[in-house]
Design a binder for this molecule. Structure first.
Ligand SMILES: Nc1nc2c(ncn2[C@@H]2O[C@H](COP(=O)(O)OP(=O)(O)OP(=O)(O)O)[C@@H](O)[C@H]2O)c(=O)[nH]1
Ligand SMILES: [Mg+2]
Ligand SMILES: [Zn+2]
Length: 307
């Protein structure tokens, strides 16, 4: 029988088959697409499994090839990666202007990784109820002006207060597997609980929230979305791995630079200070946003080990 992994808690997995949910274990070792992984099976994986004699638990005997996946570097094991989720159709990045503040640099890193995983991304600005004044207006305007022309949809919400949340999201989520990502505390689980009423993911009280490094959600988990599709709640991320992206490829993952590729004088141009660089020219002419170009330079300058 076949099913999809919806939750992983150490060595047990919850697998949803056509007719039921089963607790399953892994049998044997699987060869993993040349990746060094800390988790052999991830939320979102399609697997083959057999029921055990007790009929209540099952054994996973095979993992189907992953259509795609998002990974981050393992925090515990050097040179290892951790698959956050697999077989996705799109990713939502939840961002907030305050409590906590999401930086543009973080958004750009995220978008580079989703581009490299070939995942469409949507930016959901949450906690708009907390946004007042000129600063907030400017910040919001920047977000719209920078990202919408690149093809990333920007949706403003208050996961806590919006009455029409489900209506707003239905057309975006229908029949898709959607990863929900973002810093700890931006409201991913709050949003998910509103969209999937029986999910009851725990969320954190605002008053306790300032404690840094404490995540309320600790495992990725997949929830069926009514009307088709799935939502995957994830623990707050500091960063996604931009793995396997070489310096000379980085501009491929900036859609506004991608369209000029091949036009620079040197075909190995990294768009820093080479003569005849069209990308630089487009930045100066205002066709490429200076913040985005700055993010490009920052990522390029990072140590490979940090990436
Ligand atoms: N004012 C306001 N607060 C919100 C909103 N959405 C979420 N919050 C609050 O923000 C805090 C964090 O929300 P969570 O849903 O736990 O955040 P999370 O992104 O799941 O965090 P991790 O699981 O740690 O990654 C909670 O206190 C929520 O009540 C909103 O739209 N407005
Ligand atoms: Mg959470
Ligand atoms: Zn160039």
């Amino acid at each position: 029988m076949e099913g999809r992994v919806i939750k992983s808690t150490g060595s047990w997995y919850v697998v949803k088959t056509e007719s039921e949910f089963l607790s399953a274990r892994l049998k044997g070792k699987f060869k993993q697409q040349d990746l060094k992984l800390t988790n052999p099976i991830a939320v979102g994986d399609w697997v083959t499994l057999d029921k055990e004699e007790n009929q209540e638990t099952a054994v996973i005997t095979d993992i189907h090839p992953r259509e795609n996946y998002v990974i981050r570097k393992s925090t515990r094991k050097q040179h290892f990666s951790h698959i956050i989720a697999s077989n996705l159709d799109q990713a939502i990045l939840v961002i907030t202007m305050k409590n906590p503040r999401t930086s543009l640099g973080f958004i750009d890193r995220f978008l580079v990784s989703t581009e490299s995983f070939r995942l469409p991304a949507i930016l959901v600005v949450n906690k708009v109820d907390l946004m007042e004044g000129e600063d907030a207006e400017d910040w919001l305007l920047d977000i719209h002006e920078i990202y919408e022309p690149l093809g990333y949809q920007v949706v403003e919400v208050s996961a806590l207060n919006d009455k029409d949340l489900l209506e707003k999201f239905k057309p975006l989520l229908k029949n898709k597997s959607t990863l929900i990502a973002g810093h700890s505390g931006v409201g991913k689980s709050t949003l998910l609980n509103r969209l999937v009423p029986n999910a009851s993911q725990s969320t954190k009280e605002i008053s306790n929230f300032s404690a840094k490094g404490v995540h309320t959600t600790t495992f990725a988990e997949l929830f069926p979305f009514e009307g088709g599709g799935d939502l995957i709640d994830t623990p707050g991320i500091k960063e996604f791995g931009i793995l396997d992206v070489e310096d000379h490829e980085l501009s491929h993952y900036f859609p506004e630079m991608r369209k000029y590729l091949g036009e620079c004088k040197y075909n190995n141009c990294q768009h820093i200070n080479e003569p005849g660089c069209i990308v630089r020219e487009k930045v100066e002419e205002g066709y490429i946003h200076p913040y985005r170009y700055q993010s490009y330079v920052n990522i390029l300058n990072e140590e490979d080990s940090y990436r």
